[in-house]
Design a protein around this ligand. Structure first.
Ligand code: ATP
Length: 300
């Protein structure tokens, strides 16, 4: 039985004018660390909302550990620990109380030891008695992670958990989530940080305009499009033949090359145009390169 099964999920808004999801089907196996990627508006939040039972699909179905998220909502929800994107919390309780209340919501009794472990692992031990409204944004986010895990769900869903989060929390969070994954928990992560996805996820799905446009092991996605990237800085305009195939971010230029001969051609073209180049590096394409290539190519 898969951890999550998405079956022909579609979602439209405004009476069908906006098609946010268009027949999305894939499975996440138990114990996988799975990444869902896509540009703004691709449909990630819509898919997670339907999974969480917060909104209804226009078509298709989702099962969590075999439980349909609509007809068998309570069982599906118990199997899920969802860390939401937005900071929603009750300002009247202390951190520990918030976690006890959440435990009660899932009918979990005598949860003190696990709550203590969560607080320690998320760097919240000294904040246990602090009132929720006294916490910084980053600390609140840690509490949301603890809240999502309070009932020890087998499937953990993280919806852009590190947006606007500092380096320390990222490391604490990923260490802890990686440990839970090693212990058998399934993890579904949506993120805009492709470095994180590349480092953490065994498999990735890429969504574009409500459709899956790539779904593969992370290593195969990278290897299948193996190519070399030339990166350098310049203040000058690129020769037109190179400008067309370059990605330019401020002074930084990235150009893809398929093989060594192409690298030589690019360098010769730059030299012939007397284009000054600083900090030249030649490296392998990373997930960001693959992502952009797939997004540019898909659906056109
Ligand atoms: N309540 C709504 N009413 C109308 N359109 C909506 C609504 N919610 C989402 N959409 C549209 O559905 C599409 C998918 O949105 P969704 O928020 O699921 O994308 P996303 O991949 O999560 O984007 P982001 O990375 O920006 O969070 C977009 O075109 C969005 O404008």
């Amino acid at each position: 039985m898969p951890a999550i099964r998405f079956d022909q999920v579609s979602k439209t808004y405004r009476g069908g004018q906006v098609r946010a999801l268009d027949g999305v089907s894939f499975e996440i196996a138990q114990g996988e660390f799975f990444g869902l990627l896509g540009p703004n508006g691709a449909g990630k939040t819509s898919l997670i909302s339907i999974l969480a039972g917060l909104s209804q699909a226009s078509g298709g179905s989702i099962q969590v550990h075999g439980h349909d998220v609509v007809s068998d909502y309570a069982a599906a929800r118990r199997a899920l620990g969802i860390v939401p994107q937005e900071l929603v919390f009750d300002p009247f309780f202390s951190v520990r109380e918030a976690l006890e209340i959440q435990s009660g919501y899932f009918g979990v009794r005598n949860n003190g030891a696990w709550i203590t472990e969560l607080l320690e692992n998320l760097g919240l031990a000294d904040k246990a008695r602090a009132n929720m409204r006294q916490l910084s944004g980053g600390m609140k986010r840690r509490v949301l992670v603890a809240q999502a895990l309070v009932h020890r769900p087998p499937v953990i869903v993280l919806d852009e958990p590190t947006a606007g989060v500092d380096v320390e929390l990222r490391q604490t969070l990923w260490q802890f989530i990686a440990r839970l994954n090693r212990e058998g928990h399934t993890v579904l992560l949506t993120t805009h940080y492709l470095e994180e996805a590349e480092a953490l996820c065994q498999r990735l799905a890429m969504l574009k305009q409500g459709r899956i446009v790539a779904l593969d092991r992370t290593s195969d996605l990278l290897a299948g499009r193996a190519s070399t990237m030339l990166r350098f800085k310049t203040d000058a305009a690129l020769p037109p033949s190179l400008a067309a195939q370059s990605r330019v971010t401020g002074r930084i230029v990235q150009i893809k090359a398929h093989d060594a001969a192409e690298v030589e051609t690019i360098l010769a073209t730059l030299r012939a145009a007397a284009c000054p180049v600083e900090d030249l590096e030649i490296g392998r394409a990373d997930l960001e390169d693959v992502f952009l290539e797939i997004m540019q190519g898909a659906g056109q």
